[in-house]
Design a protein around this ligand. Structure first.
Ligand SMILES: Nc1ncnc2c1ncn2[C@@H]1O[C@H](COP(=O)(O)OP(=O)(O)OP(=O)(O)O)[C@@H](O)[C@H]1O
Ligand SMILES: [Mg+2]
Length: 343
């Protein structure tokens, strides 16, 4: 590829990447730059184009437009070189349901050219590391969903790949299994592998990824570090706990007037949450929140607990995807309740 990027080595670089299915532009001109050695999160709702993009990068699907390079190699013209450096969970490393965990990993290790002894050692190491030692001699068809996901990832890192694609690795897992997969991802990255992680879960991207691209309708609608994404929607979250639940309706009115935003009533009867729109006012988010607090006090409302934080990635995501829908004339009827802007 053309020489000399300033800055860090890029594991992935795409420019105007497109994939069309019939009339559907599933991936509609995506530009990505994924620094090597990091977890990069691709976040988007169902049908956003995540899997389609990953398949093109993993050379399983041919792009209809634009370019993509993996470690500087073109995914179409130099597909073999790309394949030698990447692994995709659930695709290249397909496990056999009728074989045990050990049998699967040893077989795949042999296929990758390891000696029988080396394949056994690596298999035992991985099963131990992934908390599957006890299930090593059980057939995969008797694994739980979480165990199945872990053996899939184990199989995909038998040879440590330079770039690992994890396409929604924790969808449908319980919190404990999800945490185990997260630990595995962290361990894989600590060994020097770059991970491209797609997810619909904002907290997953929040926990694992250094940078995040938010995609919707085949386009990148925001990109940056978590802090940058949160700052880009220019807001903070105010969380309040009152002493007396009977004062909540009045507190809601005061807050709504003071901040000029919608106020959410939490399931907890003494709690309220409001999003402060920092960029909509001359006052910063903290000053607006302070003013709201003093108005609550002068209305005789007792506040026991107050916190001003960054918006969660969930709030950012809703704001971004909603903004995207608003700029799309075909869906101009979207309700605007999610942005918290009230008249
Ligand atoms: N092989 C295919 N043929 C036709 N349409 C396809 C094909 N693969 C994907 N699509 C369409 O392309 C769009 C993007 O799909 P894709 O699977 O990439 O989304 P995704 O972001 O991975 O969604 P999910 O979170 O549900 O996995 C969808 O509208 C989907 O229906
Ligand atoms: Mg998908």
């Amino acid at each position: 590829m053309s020489g000399g990027h300033p800055g860090p080595e890029l594991a992935i670089e795409t420019a105007g990447l497109v994939k069309v299915f019939g009339e559907n532009r599933a991936v509609d001109g995506i530009d990505l730059a994924v620094p090597a050695g990091t977890v990069y999160g691709v976040l988007g709702p169902n049908g956003a184009g995540k899997t389609t993009a990953v398949k093109m990068l993993a050379t399983l699907l041919r792009p209809d437009g634009g370019e993509a390079h993996v470690f500087g190699k073109d995914v179409v013209r130099e597909a073999d070189a790309v394949r030698g450096r990447v692994s995709l969970t659930g695709q290249y490393a397909s496990v056999d349901e009728d074989l045990t965990g050990t049998e699967n990993l040893v077989l795949l290790g042999r296929l990758l050219g390891h000696s029988k002894a080396a394949a056994r050692v690596r298999s035992a190491q991985l099963l131990e590391a992934f908390g599957l030692a006890e299930a090593a001699d059980r057939q995969i068809k008797n694994y739980s969903g979480g165990m199945r996901r872990r053996i899939d990832i184990a199989a995909s890192i038998l040879n440590t790949p330079d770039l690992l694609f994890l396409d929604e690795p924790t969808t449908g897992l319980d919190p404990r299994s999800r945490n185990q997969v997260w630990d595995i991802v962290r361990a894989v990255v600590a060994q020097g592998t770059t991970v491209l992680l797609t997810t619909q879960y904002l907290d997953e991207a929040d926990h694992l990824a250094s940078r995040i691209a938010v995609i919707d309708h085949g386009k990148v609608i925001a990109e940056g570090t978590k802090g940058e994404l949160k700052a880009s929607v220019g807001s903070g979250s105010v969380h309040l706990r009152l002493r007396d639940p009977a004062q909540r309706p009045e507190a809601e009115r005061v807050l709504r007037r003071a901040l000029n935003v919608a106020v959410q009533l939490d399931p907890d009867p003494v709690a309220l949450t409001a999003t402060v729109n920092g960029s909509a006012s001359d006052l910063g988010a903290a000053e607006q929140a302070a003013r709201a607090l003093s108005e609550l006090a002068s209305s005789g409302i007792t506040v026991d607990n107050f916190a001003l934080g960054q918006p969660s990635l969930d709030e950012v995501f809703l704001a971004l995807t909603d903004r995207n829908k608003r700029s799309d004339p075909e869906s101009g009827t979207m309700n605007d309740s999610t942005t918290g802007v009230s008249a």
